[in-house]
Design a protein around this ligand. Structure first.
Ligand SMILES: Cc1cc2nc3c(=O)[nH]c(=O)nc-3n(C[C@H](O)[C@H](O)[C@H](O)COP(=O)(O)O)c2cc1C
Length: 422
């Protein structure tokens, strides 16, 4: 009698690494390439994960606690586990894209970060019931930004994430993936050899085409201009949106204050600055009135050579806690792949972490259920670590719970004590 392997077709995965492997097999090479992407020689993207592996844990053998809590209040919202969805653009890994991710975030009670370069509209995403924080780059005229903020607020966004770190680092040693301007017949013929062997991915988009008559869209619906009759105009293509962004003069700290105040007037909900690496920038952000800071090197996609985000967390978190009397939440993103990574980030002072690639792989592997699976893997890992460390709550995590090698932290831009006046 032939015994079937019961796990063979089981879409559940036990680790983020397994989800990544399924995503690699399932996705066309250019799409997978866009996910693993790091800029230039990939030093920062590599360090983001390697640095977590340098940190150790020292578990107890007896005295573990039967009940453990991961509930965390961050940016004014209490979430069941300290893992938030980081905004990522162009989610062509699955036809449901950001809507599937938002449903998973809602199902697991966490915050959904929605990119302004997303493939789904903010209205469709908030309709899932997920607590949505809309993310914006500094792109376009101020009036245009006000229109986009107003639209996000009217759609129900409950926070704004301003990502201002991007420095347009273009050269990648591994070669950037090709992204077609439009998914038309010409592009499909050109990309056919790369997608022809990816049956399941093609089938999913084929299903969408049969249901809606639409091909996957490489436009940015959240950057659509107002139309003549009060409705929205045509959304720009990804490249059109990128061009607007590239040609917008970089923001000053006065612009950050303006953006924070404008969002405050429109919505009154938290304003988070993402992409902070340096202590001096973090202190300027506190002065600018932000509610939160994400220590981040954009997943290693930005200026290569920036240290791993986890190495920069403690210096920034300590300085911000002192300067804001604990009023400004510091979170981090970059390289989080397991629950113990979350625990390490919290022990070094982060209130929560944001994840990027981990959920994109879950999405590619199994849609909404795959994203939920990733969130469950992480929260399961947090629980194991709390149990091993004999703690009852993530709130108790401190640096003493980790083995931290000498010279681990990277304190960038620490002001002279006299100059800082703090
Ligand atoms: C494919 C991809 C697209 C991204 N797009 C955005 C974006 O539109 N806005 C943004 O603020 N960050 C963006 N990021 C950065 C993520 O929000 C986050 O900082 C990063 O992915 C964290 O690192 P991790 O992927 O190792 O978790 C993107 C990252 C990836 C991998």
């Amino acid at each position: 009698m032939k015994i079937e392997n019961p796990w063979k077709q089981n879409p559940w995965f036990e680790s983020v690494a397994v989800a990544q492997e399924r995503a690699r097999k399932r996705l066309p090479q250019p799409v997978y390439g866009a996910l693993v992407a790091g800029s230039e020689r990939g030093q920062s993207v590599t360090d983001n994960q390697a640095a977590f592996a340098e940190l150790g844990l020292a578990p107890h053998v007896v005295g573990q606690l039967p009940e453990r809590s991961q509930a965390t209040t961050v940016f004014g919202h209490t979430i069941g586990s300290p893992v938030i969805i980081s905004p990522t653009g162009v989610q062509a890994v699955h036809p449901d894209g950001e809507v599937a991710v938002a449903r998973a975030a809602a199902a697991r009670g966490t915050i959904m970060g929605l990119s302004n370069f997303a493939s789904k509209s903010v209205e469709e995403v908030t309709a899932t019931g997920a607590t949505t924080f809309f993310q914006m780059y500094w792109t376009g005229e101020r009036d245009t930004m006000v229109q986009r903020m107003t639209r996000a607020h009217e759609a129900g966004a409950q926070g704004l994430i301003a990502t201002l770190d991007w420095s347009f680092s273009m050269g990648r040693d591994w070669g950037s993936p090709e992204i077609p301007e439009k998914v038309d017949l010409k592009a499909m013929v050109r990309l056919a050899p790369k997608v022809a062997t990816k049956g399941r991915w093609l089938w999913q988009f084929g299903q969408q085409f049969r249901q809606t008559g639409k091909l996957p869209d490489l436009t940015a619906p959240n950057l659509a201009p107002p139309g003549p009759d009060g409705r929205l105009g045509e959304p720009p293509t990804f490249f059109g949106a990128y061009y607007e962004w590239m040609t917008t003069p970089p923001p000053s700290w006065e612009d950050v204050v303006w953006m924070r105040e404008t969002w405050g007037q429109i919505s009154g909900t938290p304003f988070v600055l993402k992409g902070v690496c340096r202590v001096d920038d973090a202190l300027r952000a506190v002065d600018a009135g932000v509610a939160g800071i994400s220590v981040s090197n954009h997943g290693g996609n930005n200026l290569d050579g920036t240290p791993a985000a986890i190495r920069m967390v403690r210096p920034v978190a300590e300085a911000v806690a002192r300067a804001s009397a604990g009023q400004v939440d510091v979170v981090m993103d970059g390289g989080v792949r397991r629950g113990s990574d979350v625990v390490k980030a919290l022990a070094l002072g982060a209130k929560a972490v944001l994840i990027g690639r981990a959920y994109l792989w879950g999405l590619a592997a199994n849609g909404q259920a795959g994203v939920e699976n990733v969130l469950d893997v992480l929260s399961g890992g947090v629980d194991s670590a709390l149990r091993g460390l004999a703690l009852s709550s993530t709130a108790e995590l401190r640096p003493e719970h980790l083995l931290i090698p000498d010279g681990f932290d990277r304190a960038l831009g620490v002001p002279e004590p006299a100059a800082a006046g703090r």
